[in-house]
Design a protein around this ligand. Structure first.
Ligand code: GLY
Ligand code: MN
Ligand code: MN
Length: 454
């Protein structure tokens, strides 16, 4: 759990970046219609949640500095007994200061007029224009009101500065409390993947991809994570070659692999794990060879995941391992250097090695930074959390030996950069061939006693 004091500190850090007589605005998300008069499950805007921990739609955070004095104001939905009977409780402006440790709070119905007053005469407005359309609309309306009323001595802020880069930098480095939540989210997700492996082993030829997804989501919910952090991917057979396959509609077939990319969202923080395993619990020879290659690439990349090195360095290492392995298996031909230079591996490994992870599954933060004389790949630093997720995907119509066609494999872990190197938050999810086969054989109704690979 993120302590309330940490939200206060985050707001203070942002306030430290604004000048006297400046104003900073952050809007919450709005509900999104799913069908007619029903909505999708509400998901708070990550910036707003990072600064408030408040999970209601239609709220605003205003930070001000006037004559050196800082103030935090929250606008939130008006209390409304009828709406609360139909749709749910509302915190309300009276309770907000104590609940969220803000200085003052007002009902949302006062926002439009208050915004005109608050912006009047300010020097700089700090705001992420273009981030949320409904917020842009409100802010522009207030600005235009001020600009069209000079005779009433009203003055709009002189300039607008984007808040995003500051928030992205803050969010990129996780605090100990954030790491603890992300570890909990990772632990839940690990158990969910194990559960899916066991379900598959005991329901060979009798399970659908969406049923494995249901096993995963059951484990999330029973462990306190209300929802997945992104749409769960369960791709069996050649569906695994579709990187973001979410139909999850096919029946699993004995002899195939199944790729599951699923992570829980806990207190807003995402886990993002991929495991690939045999539907029946036992890898065939070609599956095992390709699987070991992806694992070798991941382990080689992880060796350089530490402070001072870059994600690009790790990517280059994984590319070399995968390319050499594909040459050794006869899937690519020619020399390593030429294949790497011509990027022939992109037919089979077409995505990046990883990404930042946090409140968003593809979390915010620059991957390149500017130094005095150049833009360079960003060195990893303690507190960052990222995924490391190499993969090999051989399309069903690839011009390679038939035994490789239709195999898709990704192995994805969540990694915290520490002072000394890194810590794998998802280390407990089985990923060696031995560990996966051992887990999946535990729950089998009866063993054939035949461990020979086909
Ligand atoms: N789950 C999406 C990704 O791995 O990037
Ligand atoms: Mn990922
Ligand atoms: Mn993923």
């Amino acid at each position: 759990m993120i302590p309330i004091q940490e939200y206060v500190q985050r707001r203070q850090r942002l306030l430290d970046t604004i000048g006297d007589n400046d104003i900073l605005l952050v809007s919450a998300a709005q509900e999104v219609t799913r069908s007619n008069d029903t909505e999708y499950t509400f998901r708070q805007d990550s910036h707003f949640f990072y600064l408030t921990g408040f999970n209601e739609p239609d709220a605003w955070l205003v930070l001000l500095k006037e004559q050196g004095e800082a103030e935090s104001i929250l606008f939130c939905r008006d209390k409304d007994p009828t709406a609360e009977i139909w749709h749910g409780r509302r915190l309300g402006a009276d309770a907000a200061p104590e609940a969220l440790a803000v200085d003052t709070s007002y009902p949302l119905s006062e926002l439009a007029d208050a915004l005109v007053q608050l912006l009047d005469g300010k020097q700089v407005m700090h705001f992420a224009m273009g981030h949320l359309a409904h917020a842009d609309e409100l802010v522009l309306a207030a600005m235009n009101k001020l600009r069209s009323a000079p005779k009433q001595s009203k003055v709009a802020p002189v300039s607008i500065t984007d808040t995003r880069s500051r928030l992205h930098e803050m969010r990129l480095f996780k605090s100990p409390a954030e790491v603890a939540v992300m570890q909990a989210s990772a632990d839940i997700s690990v158990r969910a993947h194990q559960r899916a492996m066991l379900y598959s082993a005991t329901h060979v030829d009798n399970a659908f991809e969406y049923q494995l997804a249901a096993e995963i989501h059951h484990e999330f919910a029973m462990a306190g994570a209300h929802s997945p952090a992104y749409n769960t991917i369960v791709g069996s057979g050649d569906n695994a070659c579709i990187l973001h396959y979410t139909e999850n509609s096919d029946r699993l077939t004995k002899g195939d692999l199944v790729l599951i990319d699923a992570g829980a969202e806990l207190e807003g923080y995402a886990a993002d794990i991929t495991r690939t395993f045999p539907v029946s619990g036992c890898f065939s020879k070609p599956q095992a060879k390709l699987y070991q290659l992806v694992l070798d690439a991941q382990l080689a990349a992880l060796e350089v995941i530490k402070p001072g090195n870059t994600l690009v360095q790790a990517t280059n290492i994984s590319v070399k391992v995968i390319t050499q392995g594909l040459i050794d298996l006869g899937i690519l031909s020619g020399e390593l250097a030429q294949n790497v230079q011509e990027k022939t591996y992109r037919e089979f490994f077409m995505h990046g090695l990883g990404h930042w992870l946090g409140l968003d599954v593809h979390d915010v933060g620059d991957y390149k930074i500017k130094t005095a004389d150049a833009t360079v790949d960003r060195p990893l630093a303690p507190g960052m959390v990222l995924t490391v997720e190499p993969g090999i995907y051989i399309a069903p119509d690839a011009k390679v030996d038939e035994c490789w066609r239709g195999i898709g494999i990704r192995i994805e872990d969540n990694v915290l950069i520490t002072e000394k190197g890194h810590e794998i938050l998802t280390i407990k999810a089985p990923k060696t061939i031995t560990d996966i086969e051992a887990l999946m054989s535990l729950n089998k109704p009866s063993s054939t006693g035949n461990s020979e690979r086909a």
